[in-house]
Design a protein around this ligand. Structure first.
Ligand SMILES: Cc1ncc(COP(=O)(O)O)c(C=O)c1O
Length: 336
């Protein structure tokens, strides 16, 4: 509030934000992952990570290029590629493989045309997680084929059952080929503030900045100041208590699933339960749930063609509302 009241804070704050914000993000990476970042060259503030994700597509992709995108995944990875006129090559991710793509199965001629490869763990929509050994394999593949590795990591601090998620930048050599997206929306419950950062390879961030500086003019100074306060003062204890609330809701959703015609694995992170539809497909289920139980669940197909048999449920709703929604789904499903 104090920052918002200062008249001097109402002007443009610069394309690269304020140094204090970049330094706070660098300190977070050092503290949380042991990754050393140069705040001047290896941290770029974003107006929410979604902005940076789509602008990275515009910065790196042209007609004839390919973006390697997990099937299923957060839609802006593919949409950023389509907006740039590029092609999307879906990398299958399945329950059997822990929703991790097998990069060794990507044909060489596809790898040759590929400019970006997207990963996101903890994963939206499946809640799957990845270990450093997986990241190491992807880093090596991207270095071999000269592909930009984009790791979208907004749920890194939204994890359950004591699990701690890593950063791709912990892998030796990742800085040569990778950038990671950090979001203040999930870790600090600041979705409406629109604040994020891209960190990692400095040449990539410079190119992203070139696009961004023609599109936006940085954020409101008070938002950067709020971000510094969030990242510097939020305790691990607060994060763990908040995660216990989501975890309790996750467990409640999992308990009810068999009664509403769905089945799912227990996710170790993210805000979602990725549930397979027992009868029919995900779009039919979502349509019926909305029109008959007045409950919105996301049809799996919007995350890629591989999501056809699934719906995504969110635990980012208050307990009472979640219970009401599940009660309605149960009533609808039993009487359908
Ligand atoms: C995987 C993933 N990446 C990025 C975002 C966007 O986050 P932000 O609010 O920082 O734009 C979301 C939001 O739902 C998400 O699920």
């Amino acid at each position: 509030m104090d920052s918002a009241r200062l008249p001097g804070h109402h002007g443009y704050s610069g394309y690269r934000g304020i140094p204090a914000f970049r330094q706070a993000v660098a300190r977070y990476y050092q503290r949380r992952f042991g990754v050393v970042l140069d705040p001047e060259r290896e941290v770029l503030p974003l107006i929410g990570s979604k902005e940076g994700i789509v602008n990275l597509g515009l910065a790196y992709l042209d007609k004839g290029d390919v973006a390697l995108v997990p099937d299923v995944s957060y839609p802006p990875y593919s949409m950023g590629a389509y907006l740039a006129g590029a092609e999307v090559c879906w990398m299958p991710v399945t329950q059997e493989s822990g929703y991790l793509p097998d990069v060794s199965s990507i044909p060489v001629e596809v790898a040759r045309r590929s400019k970006i490869l997207w990963v996101n763990y903890p994963h939206n929509p499946t809640g799957a997680t990845a270990e450093l050994s997986f990241y190491a394999e992807v880093v090596s593949f991207c270095r071999e084929h000269d592909i930009l590795l984009a790791s979208d990591n907004p749920y890194v601090d939204v994890t359950y059952d004591g699990y701690q998620a890593p950063s791709v930048l912990q892998v030796p050599g990742a800085m040569d080929c990778a950038v990671e997206f950090m979001s203040f929306s999930k870790t600090y419950n600041m979705g409406g503030w629109r604040l994020g950062a891209a960190v990692g390879n400095s040449a990539v961030l410079k190119t992203l900045l070139q696009v961004k500086s023609n599109v936006d003019s940085g954020h409101f100074r008070a938002v950067y100041d709020a971000g510094v306060t969030a990242v510097e003062t939020t305790s691990q204890q607060w994060i763990e208590e908040r995660n216990r609330v989501y975890q309790r809701r996750r467990d409640y959703v999992l308990e009810i699933l068999p009664e509403i015609g769905l089945r799912a694995d227990k996710p170790k992170g993210s805000l979602y339960v990725w549930a397979q539809v027992v009868e029919g497909d995900g779009s039919f289920y979502a349509d019926q749930a909305l029109s008959q139980a007045f409950v919105a669940v996301a049809p799996g197909e919007i995350y890629g063609p591989g999501g056809k048999q699934y719906v995504r449920l969110s635990v980012a709703v208050p307990d009472e509302r979640l219970k009401q929604a599940l009660d309605r789904l149960r009533h609808w499903y039993v009487n359908r």
